[in-house]
Design a protein around this ligand. Structure first.
Ligand code: OGA
Ligand code: MN
Length: 290
């Protein structure tokens, strides 16, 4: 039996995993136990696991084929030697950013939902952290869906929304995009507001990001009112957990049934994270369109 220990972090989601060493290859039983804990807790945290890049890649590949990072604003991979690894950092070398997202707030989002098959998971490993700030929050979208009023559930069953490709969560325009003034014209995938999780079969609210989102078929004002209501509901503190980073924390999250956001931090401080993501499948609706 694997000796892995699972300890809940918050009532809504998140668990600490201890009793395993992620530097060594995991045996099948341990990997199965890990996947089980992941399906239950949605976000797993491993503390004190100083992984180098090849180790981070090897661990990530146990969860499925890697999905390359989305295009960053600079048009080339941050790590020439490991293009599958994305760097999340505010550090600049010779004026050039070594990573994405800077030091400002990253607003609530789900990663890369502007594509047809967004990543199923991401792993974020803390290599340098600021003395304070830069905390990351996750929110449970199964819970968000399940706690909606019945009338809202009925209203959104079968509805789809545009997931804008223009801006990243730090508000930076993605390469090759142009400004969007009308969300109805936003480029990006159309996904159901309620999805069926391909592994657990559970229904989850699927919002992507608020900016330039638009519920297809509604008047713009009605779409905005509905989205504001859904976003306010989905990001209530009781559905979330707050990650105060320690050096060499590694976080694995399910990108289909959670949202995340990040606090800003002191621009003079350094924050460096290495990140991978795992390929997903086309997003499946929980309910057929009416
Ligand atoms: C990400 C992300 C937040 C953070 O890597 O997708 O949103 O805390 N990161 O750096
Ligand atoms: Mn993100």
């Amino acid at each position: 039996m694997p000796r892995l220990t699972v300890t809940k972090i918050a009532p809504a989601l998140g668990a600490d995993i201890s009793g395993i060493d992620l530097h060594a290859p995991l045996d099948e039983a341990t990997l199965a136990a890990l996947k089980d804990a992941w399906a239950t807790h949605l976000v797993l945290r491993f503390r004190g696991q100083a992984l180098d890049d090849p180790q981070l890649l090897a661990l990530s590949r146990l969860l499925g084929p890697l999905d390359p990072p989305g295009p960053n604003p600079y048009g080339k991979p941050f790590l020439e030697a490991f293009p599958e690894i994305n760097v999340i950092s505010n550090v600049k070398v010779g004026g050039a950013p070594i990573g994405n997202l800077g030091d400002g707030e990253a607003v609530w989002h789900c990663d890369m939902t502007y594509v047809e098959s967004p990543p199923r998971a991401a792993l974020l490993h803390a290599l340098e952290i600021p003395p304070s700030g830069g905390d990351t929050f996750w929110s449970n979208m199964y819970l968000a869906y399940e706690t909606l009023p019945d009338a809202t559930k009925q209203r959104i069953a079968g509805l789809r929304a545009i997931h804008d490709a223009t801006y990243n969560s730090a508000g930076i325009m993605r390469k090759g995009m142009k400004e969007v003034t009308d969300p109805r014209q936003a480029p990006g995938a159309h996904h159901p507001l309620v999805i069926r999780h391909p592994d657990t079969g559970r229904a989850a609210l699927y919002l992507g990001r608020r900016r330039n989102s638009y519920v297809l078929g509604l008047d713009l004002a009605d779409s905005n009112a509905l989205l504001d209501e859904l976003w306010a509901h989905a990001t209530q503190p009781e559905f979330t957990f707050r990650q105060v980073w320690q050096l060499h924390d590694l976080i694995l999250w399910d990108n289909r049934c959670t949202l995340h956001r990040r606090d800003s931090f002191d621009p003079e401080a350094r924050r460096v994270m290495h990140r991978t993501q795992i390929k997903g499948t086309p997003v499946a609706p929980a309910f057929e369109a009416a």
